[in-house]
Design a protein around this ligand. Structure first.
Ligand code: ADP
Ligand code: MG
Length: 225
C-alpha cells in the first residue's frame, strides 16, 4: 500500500534558521498522527508545508500521489481546496459571515455552494441551532466547531490541525477531542499539532520534533481509555 502522505528529508530554512532539518516519515490513510514538540521545533512549519501554504527548501512531500514541492501557486490553491481541511488555533472564521456562510465560503472556493449540505455539516458538530450566528456571538469552542465543519465540507483527503485546542478551556477541549475521535473512527486521516497529552494519547502515533529534527516516533500505550 502506498502511504497517503510521504515526507522525505524535508528541509525548511528561514535565512539562518533551519526550521525543519531532514524530516522523514509516512502516514497511512486513516491514521491519526499527533505532531508534538517544544515551541519553535518546527511543527507549524511542517503543517504549513503539508497544507501547501509554504514551500520546502529541500526534500520531497507527496500527498495522495501528488508531489507538492513541484506545484505552482495556482496548483497549490487547487490542492488546498481539493485535498486539505485546515483547523487553526485562532479559528480564522470570517467575522462578518454567519456560521453557515463561513462553511459555504469553503464550498464556494472548492466548487459550488450547497446550503443544505453546509447546514448538515454544522449539525454534525452539534451546531444546528447556531447557523445564523456570527463568530462574535459564538463561544471559542463553538467557533472551533464551525472551523471543523468548514474543514470537512469538501471531503478532504487530509485534515491538518495546528493546536486546535490551544485557545480553548478544558470543557471545550473535550468537545473538540471527541470530534477528532469521531472523525478518526469515520476513517479520516488527521495530523494534529498539539501540546495536549490527552490528544497525544489518543493518536495512533506521535511524531516528535526537536529543533526541526524528527526526534522520535512513538506509539501511545495500548491502554487508551
Ligand atoms: P512551532 O510551531 O513548533 O512552535 P514553528 O514551525 O512556528 O515552530 O517555527 C520553527 C522555527 O522557525 C522557529 O525558530 C521560528 O522562529 C522559525 N520561523 C517560523 N516561521 C518563520 C518565518 N516565516 N520567518 C522566519 N523564521 C520563521
Ligand atoms: Mg506552532
Amino acid at each position: 500500500m502506498v502511504p497517503l502522505v510521504q515526507v522525505e528529508k524535508l528541509e525548511k530554512r528561514f535565512g539562518e534558521v533551519c526550521a525543519l532539518d531532514r524530516v522523514t516519515f509516512e502516514v497511512e490513510a486513516g491514521e491519526w498522527i499527533a505532531i508534538m514538540g517544544p515551541s519553535g521545533s518546527g511543527k507549524t512549519t511542517l503543517i504549513n508545508i503539508l497544507g501547501g501554504l509554504d514551500h520546502p527548501s529541500a526534500g520531497r512531500v507527496v500527498v495522495d500521489g501528488l508531489e507538492i514541492g513541484n506545484l505552482g501557486e495556482r496548483e497549490l490553491t487547487r490542492y488546498r481546496a481539493d485535498k486539505i481541511g485546515f483547523v487553526f488555533q485562532q479559528f480564522h472564521l470570517v467575522p462578518y459571515l454567519t456560521a453557515l456562510e463561513n462553511v459555504m465560503l469553503a464550498q464556494y472556493f472548492h466548487s459550488i455552494t450547497d446550503e443544505k449540505e453546509a447546514a448538515q455539516a454544522l449539525g454534525r458538530v452539534g451546531l444546528s441551532d447556531r447557523l445564523t450566528h456570527v463568530p462574535a456571538e459564538l463561544s471559542g469552542g463553538e467557533q472551533q466547531r464551525v472551523a471543523i465543519a468548514r474543514a470537512l465540507i469538501n471531503q478532504p483527503k487530509v485534515i491538518l490541525a495546528d493546536e486546535p485546542t490551544g485557545n480553548l478551556d478544558e470543557a471545550n477541549e473535550a468537545v473538540v477531542l471527541k470530534l477528532l475521535r469521531e472523525l478518526h473512527d469515520a476513517g479520516h486521516t488527521i495530523l494534529v499539532v498539539t501540546h495536549s497529552q490527552a490528544i497525544g494519547n489518543l493518536a495512533d502515533r506521535r511524531v516528535e520534533l526537536e529543533h526541526g529534527r524528527l526526534a522520535r516516533i512513538t506509539v501511545p500505550s495500548m491502554a487508551k481509555e
